[in-house]
Design a protein around this ligand. Structure first.
Ligand SMILES: Cc1cc2nc3c(=O)[nH]c(=O)nc-3n(C[C@H](O)[C@H](O)[C@H](O)COP(=O)(O)OP(=O)(O)OC[C@H]3O[C@@H](n4cnc5c(N)ncnc54)[C@H](O)[C@@H]3O)c2cc1C
Length: 463
């Protein structure tokens, strides 16, 4: 019997290192390619913001369109569903006589639920799922998921000793696409309730797509050799060059973690092997660890009490939460990062650590509200990286003092850039504006005694 495959692209929006594409091409007579937008991803939550906001929509659109262009350049197509895979996949199966569906394996509850529904609707279709998210394959790590260690070190060391990342998959030389299938346009932003003018103005921090991802990797490594200094620059906040900016591409699978790993290995062989090259791989291992630990902990990673079932008294003042979201808390280091997030869909790791710590430990707002807000805004939103990092900030990590950190990481220029009210202020005033008369900029929600030392240090520097 003729085998006709459907490749269902999800968070693997790439041609390189794509096992579903390679296997489908080997096993089927011909192929259809599709991507399904999930309309429910853009719905408004009880917290009064969207589950995924405009910047994520635009970055997704850019990435899917790039995939469509890349498929068309090799004679293929990309059918794009508007509402949900639950509608589109059965339609395509019926229309084209699909026998097999190929896709990346999922790990989080909402996505697994979606697949369950689709399998129920298509009992005669053979599904093939391939693990592709992480650097180390899920089946190669020396732990069963239910025994993933509770500390990253206990995970990382055995993994590094006993496992190797698998080889990447080459793009097939020839793919047999089903003839006369027309690509679809990505649906308009208005269909999901976004305003066209806001959409046109929106500029995600980096451009989406596999093409931009591979260019960025080349730039960060061989072209600029910025990778050599990563270890020492990675904690900064301002600009494109202090860290790789590969997270948005990893989140939608425009690039694979293995592709990055082998590029770093090649860089080590040809340019430089140092603490920086080690550290970049170490961060990819963190990403893996959170994915596997998230799998082990299941839905408890989305709950206020977390996976340790800890009772914390939250004050949950809605006005404080709103000021945090808007970047008007009066604490410049927090506000600058939150405004950058709102306007670009990206925030540095230093910013994420400080903004989350401030929300949880100073404002005493339920950490799941903050995690949901980041989910709404971040173009690199990744289920496990986001929720596990927030969980760690809420329950496992010491407090981060945003005043001290703004000074330690010399954030003056970054603050002046994102807070126009402070753009003409000197290096001291810009870090602790509340100690001076600056009517243009909002007064802080509260100035805590525990910040006194950091404030005095900044004042002393001025003298
Ligand atoms: C509260 C909070 C929420 C976060 N939410 C997300 C998220 O939704 N998606 C996301 O990809 N990262 C998240 N991070 C991790 C980290 O901040 C980003 O991965 C990083 O800032 C991305 O920029 P980059 O690609 O330049 O990173 P680089 O410093 O260049 O690191 C290279 C890659 O390593 C991975 N990585 C680095 N740090 C971490 C980390 N702490 N945890 C997991 N992976 C890491 C990322 O994939 C990143 O692209 C979060 C961190 C915190 C503290």
């Amino acid at each position: 019997m003729k085998k006709r495959g459907l490749i269902w692209f999800k968070n693997d929006l790439r041609l390189h290192d794509n096992e579903s594409l390679v296997k489908a091409n080997e096993e089927c007579d011909d192929l259809i390619c599709c991507y399904c937008v999930e309309k429910s991803s853009f719905e408004i939550l009880e917290l009064n913001f969207r589950k995924a906001d405009l910047m994520r929509f635009k970055f997704l659109q850019q990435s899917v369109v790039d995939l469509r262009n890349n498929l068309e350049s090799i004679g293929g197509h990309l059918v794009i569903g508007k509402v949900s895979a639950v509608n589109t996949l059965p339609e395509l199966v019926k229309l084209y006589g699909i026998t097999d569906i190929y896709a990346e394996e999922e790990y989080a509850s909402e996505e697994l639920e979606l697949i369950k529904k689709i399998k129920n609707l298509l009992p005669n279709i053979k599904f093939h799922f391939f693990w592709g998210k992480t650097l180390y394959h899920k089946n190669d790590i020396p732990f069963e998921i239910k025994r993933i260690p509770l500390t990253s070190k206990a995970y990382r060391i055995p993994v590094a000793k006993q496992t190797e990342p698998r080889k990447t998959f080459e793009i097939p030389d020839k793919i047999n696409f089903v003839k006369n299938v027309e690509s679809k346009n990505f649906p308009s932003c208005e269909f999901y309730g976004f305003n066209k003018k806001n959409y046109e103005k929106a500029t995600p921090f980096v451009d989406g797509g596999e093409t931009a991802a591979l260019e960025r990797l080349e730039y960060y490594t061989f072209k600029s050799e910025l990778l050599t200094g990563y270890r020492w620059s990675r904690n900064l906040s301002d600009g494109l060059d202090y860290s790789s900016k590969l997270s948005p591409y990893l989140a939608l699978g425009c690039i694979s973690a293995r592709e990055i790993f082998y590029k770093v290995k090649s860089y080590e062989a040809k340019i430089k092997k140092n603490q920086s090259t080690w550290w970049l791989v170490f961060e990819l291992v963190w990403r893996d660890y959170f994915t596997f630990k998230g799998l082990r902990m299941g839905n408890s990673i989305f709950q206020t009490k977390g996976y340790r079932n800890k009772d914390v008294v939250w004050e949950n003042d809605p006005s404080k939460f709103e000021r945090w979201c808007e970047g008007t808390t009066g604490i410049p280091f927090v506000d600058a990062h939150m405004r950058q997030l709102n306007q670009t869909g990206y925030m540095s790791n230093r910013g994420r650590v400080n903004c989350s710590s401030y929300l949880v430990h100073d404002l005493k707002v339920d950490w799941t509200w903050g995690a949901a807000y980041f989910e709404s805004k971040l173009i690199d939103y990744d289920v496990s990286s986001n929720w596990m990092n927030w969980h760690m900030q809420a329950f496992e990590i010491w407090y981060t003092n945003p005043v001290n950190q703004s000074n330690k990481y010399k954030a003056q220029n970054f603050i002046r850039k994102w807070i126009p009210e402070l753009s003409d202020k000197d290096d001291t005033k810009v870090l602790i504006p509340w100690t001076y008369e600056i009517p243009k900029y909002v007064k802080p929600i509260e100035v805590y005694d525990k910040w006194a030392r950091a404030i005095n240090l900044i004042k002393k520097q001025e003298a």
